[in-house]
Design a protein around this ligand. Structure first.
Ligand code: SAM
Length: 229
């Protein structure tokens, strides 16, 4: 019997796979800039924590090249199957896929040069504990990059749409009911600082990021949202 799909609050259906693709396109320049600042390079091993269908995973796989390695961890079989199909279509052999719940996964010690985690700490039940496990998986001198929402309700449209605003509010309510925290980005920098000071590591920077973008379809519509780097 096939494994039961392990969904999250926004779903793992085709529309969500497409939405994550649009979201990645919008935020991709910020992700790439952060990876460059972190000096991720060819030959390195990078963890993609909560990879989803793997839009960032595949970009990272190109960045680290044939000699490098990207380990994508997620609990959604559907998302991971999508990633696997896309990885094969591009002939990429440097992606390892792990299906696991991040609240339980054992990542090991000193196995990666870098860790990347975007829009995931907001969903897991024990984000602070997950951060500690990810940190142990990164070698001394390695780097961890997190992009998380800090004001989810800034996801708005122009012209204003009451239906869209109600959708965002309903999403926030359901999200919190399911145990996650959409504005987790408000807490992450402090957690990283405190972890860094206890473990003789360095917390490099926290930067608020804002994004406004337009989607075509005849009428222009602007979307804004806030995340942190
Ligand atoms: C908003 S998506 C972000 C996906 C990807 N990081 C990106 O930037 O496109 C959140 C991801 O977290 C995963 N996720 C949420 N809770 C999880 C958990 N407890 N264990 C593993 N994955 C989880 C979901 O399956 C989903 O792929």
């Amino acid at each position: 019997m096939a494994n039961k799909e392990r969904d999250y609050v926004l779903g793992t259906h085709d529309d969500e796979i497409e939405r994550l693709g649009i979201q990645h396109e919008v935020w991709r320049p910020r992700a790439m800039a952060a990876w460059r600042r972190a000096k991720i390079k060819a030959g390195e091993t990078v963890l993609d924590i909560g990879s989803g269908p793997g839009y960032a995973t595949l970009d990272l796989a190109s960045m680290v090249g044939d000699r490098g390695h990207v380990v994508a961890v997620d609990r959604s079989r559907r998302f991971l199957d999508t990633l696997d199909a896309r990885r094969r279509a591009r002939g990429l052999d440097n992606v390892e896929i792990i299906e696991s719940d991040l609240d339980e996964v054992k990542l090991g010690e000193n196995i990666a040069d870098a860790g990347w985690c975007r829009w995931v700490l907001a969903f897991v039940m024990r984000p602070r504990e997950l951060l500690t496990r990810v940190a142990s998986a990164i070698k001394p001198g390695g780097v961890f990059i997190s992009h998380e929402y800090f004001d989810y309700a800034t996801w708005r449209s122009m012209p204003a749409s009451p239906v869209f605003e109600e959708f965002v509010q309903a999403t926030i309510r359901n999200w919190r009911k399911s145990g996650g925290e959409p504005d987790i980005g408000l807490q992450v920098p402090r957690w990283l600082e405190s972890w860094a000071s206890r473990s003789n590591r360095r917390h490099c920077s926290s930067t608020p990021l804002r994004r406004t973008t337009s989607r075509g379809n005849g009428r222009r519509r602007s979307w804004t949202s806030a995340s942190h780097d």
